[in-house]
Design a protein around this ligand. Structure first.
Ligand code: NAD
Length: 582
């Protein structure tokens, strides 16, 4: 058991904007509006000695002062020199550079996070471009494949199917009280890698870290959760070292009964938490979202976050092109959680902006395993019916992406199929017959699954196409001109959503919030498609602010004026800095 109580000097207690967050029942943290005013802030901790060093939230490592070492039973447990945070950061950066390969860097950062979260987040924000690929895509994908072999530290919560009657107890075991963001997955479809079983836990761990890094949600207030309903990955089932539940995946009514119990337990144990669904199996993703979206504060990042960042990318691309979404014809290759989510979101966005329903529907084309979806198609999936087209009589039963482009004058092509190389040179040439500036977003992750490389698209289009990918790709040089490749990464959106839901008392997340997030992101982006990663915390703040203004207008939150909205957001943001301990 440990405790932390912040005490302030008399002068400080008069500082404006003190808010209180309760954590664990034992620990109370006060955050102040103006961090510069908080120089005299002191923190009372009840942990001592090695227990304090082992607590990743409270640990400061070699930065504990001499006075703290004497008071808190740390004398002799650390090398004598008291380091500044800058010295700690310099050492860690040298260590980071020493790591031989990608997984080495991933594990180095994970270890740092498990030892000292304040230093980890400060390190990652100081080296954001270098560290982001290791905290999240693409390296987190490799880590998910190697999870059982490399597992060495507990983070988050695992709920196996056979413990479905003990969910509340398990959630309480997290030792957290004031959880404001949960990321939960069942590992069904991790990135484009498929069913990786319990290895999927690397994704909620990575995403909760990004809620802290860019959304300013305090590290003690985020919780990654793995819902272990089994795996259908035969190799994992046979692997003697596999650490997940060694049973086939639960499906159908049993799956939903498990999810019902989970949602009920979250509502009870963490009533203020926002629940983000992550990388669920395609057949479950939309159903889970629809089933619980009015019941618990929740959203699905693969569906709604992707749709929002793609909307932002398209709006930015069309600004560069000098066109409008309402003038374009869009084809989406891969009508699963992400692709269909993007399609539906663009459809609703067009209607939201005044287009007739039929026209909006006609502008969006879904291409799945059996080619373009059309009315009367054999095995047409129910969820594809909305966008099913009249079948052009001159084509065979399977209408390919190239035929769709030609027949329906497609100008924007989005890939969310995890089918490497599905867009060929011929595909790009087809688009160029319909428009001088095609917009092509091969979004599938990791890079080994991308539908096309930016290099091919830019070369074939002679530098005309506007390209964004799902994962980082190197810049392309065509005839001496450098093309930076925008990364259509959900990380631009979800931290801002989490910041908003953490700062305000809100019950549900309406679809319009994702339009606002997309529009805001596009507005604050430079002439490139997206802002630079180093500006992500500011971008999240702006997104939270614009959503809150809309929510205030609709009477969804009690704050009314812009200054109290901003103040609410700023006071709820956590920053990685050390405070003196008593
Ligand atoms: P999913 O499994 O739900 O959907 C994939 C879809 O592709 C399915 O409908 C499947 O039938 C279809 N498909 C498979 N083979 C095909 C083929 N040959 N032709 C046409 N369609 C085919 O997965 P998802 O969650 O939608 O994710 C798909 C991909 O998008 C993944 O690689 C994922 O990493 C990526 N993604 C990227 C972003 C982003 O860039 N921001 C966000 C989410 C997902």
């Amino acid at each position: 058991m440990f405790g932390l109580i912040l005490s302030t000097t008399p002068a400080q207690s008069r500082t404006r904007g003190l808010i209180k967050r309760d954590f664990c029942g034992y620990l109370t943290i006060y955050t102040e509006l103006d961090l510069e005013d908080s120089k005299d802030k002191r923190v009372k901790v009840c942990l001592r000695g090695r227990e304090l060093l082992r607590n990743s939230i409270l640990n400061k490592g070699s930065a504990f002062t001499q006075e703290e070492r004497e008071k808190l039973g740390l004398d002799g447990l650390l090398p004598p020199h008291v380091s500044t945070m800058d010295q700690q950061l310099a050492r860690r950066y040298a260590n980071f550079l020493e790591c031989g390969n990608d997984l080495g860097k991933y594990h180095f950062l994970t270890d740092l996070q498990n030892r000292n979260e304040t230093l980890f987040y400060r390190f990652c924000s100081d080296h954001v471009v270098e560290t982001l690929p290791y905290i999240y895509t693409p390296v987190v994908g490799d880590a998910s494949l190697n999870f059982s072999l490399h597992y060495h530290h507990s983070r988050g919560i695992y709920i196996p199917y056979d413990k479905k009657d003990q969910m509340e107890t398990i959630l309480k075991n997290a030792g957290k009280k004031d959880v404001s963001v949960i990321v939960a997955t069942d590992g069904g479809r991790i990135l484009g890698l498929g069913d990786v079983g319990v290895g999927g836990m690397t994704i909620p761990i990575g995403k909760t870290s990004l809620y802290t890094l860019f959304g300013g949600v305090a590290p003690e207030s985020v919780l990654p959760i793995f819902l272990d309903v089994g795996t259908d990955n035969q190799e994992l089932l046979k692997d003697p070292l596999y650490m997940g539940r060694r049973e086939k995946r639960i499906t159908g009514d049993d799956y939903f009964a498990f999810m019902d119990a989970f949602v009920a337990a979250v509502k009870k144990v963490f009533p203020k938490a926002m629940l983000q669904w992550e990388d669920l199996l395609g057949v479950h993703a939309q159903k889970v979202l629809d089933r619980y979206r009015d019941d618990i504060l929740s959203f699905n990042d693969d569906i709604q976050g992707t749709a929002s960042v793609v909307l932002a990318g398209l709006l930015s691309a069309l600004k560069m092109k000098g066109s409008a979404l309402a003038e374009e014809k869009i084809a989406i290759f891969g009508g699963g959680a992400a692709g269909l989510g993007v399609g539906k979101s663009i459809y609703r966005y067009l209607i939201h902006n005044g287009m007739e329903e039929k026209e909006a529907r006609d502008r969006i084309h879904i291409i799945d395993r059996n080619g373009l979806t059309y009315i009367g198609q054999k095995n047409l999936r129910e969820e594809h019916e909305l966008f099913a087209k009249e079948k052009p009589s001159e084509y065979d039963d399977v209408i390919s992406v190239d035929e769709t482009i030609k027949c329906f004058d497609i100008t924007i092509l989005i890939g969310a199929s995890a089918q490497k190389g599905a867009f060929t040179e011929k595909t790009i040439e087809g688009l160029l017959k319909n428009t001088s500036t095609p917009v092509v977003f091969p979004l599938s992750n990791p890079h080994t699954k991308a539908e096309a490389t930016p290099e091919m698209i830019i070369n074939v289009s002679k530098g005309k196409a506007i390209v964004a990918t799902g994962t980082a790709f190197p810049q392309v040089v065509y005839k001496g001109k450098v093309f930076a490749i925008g990364q259509c990464n959900n990380v631009y959106i979800f931290p801002g959503i989490g910041l908003f839901t953490s700062a305000f008392d809100i019950k549900t997340i309406p679809e319009e919030f994702f339009y606002i997030a997309g529009e805001t992101l596009s507005e604050i982006s430079p002439p490139l498609l997206f802002p630079e990663f180093k500006n992500l915390k500011e971008a999240s703040k702006q997104i939270a602010f614009e959503i809150a203004k809309y929510a205030a207008l609709k009477g969804l939150i009690k704050e009314k004026d812009e200054s109290s909205i901003l103040r609410r957001i700023e006071t709820s943001m956590w920053y990685p800095k050390y405070f003196p301990y008593d």
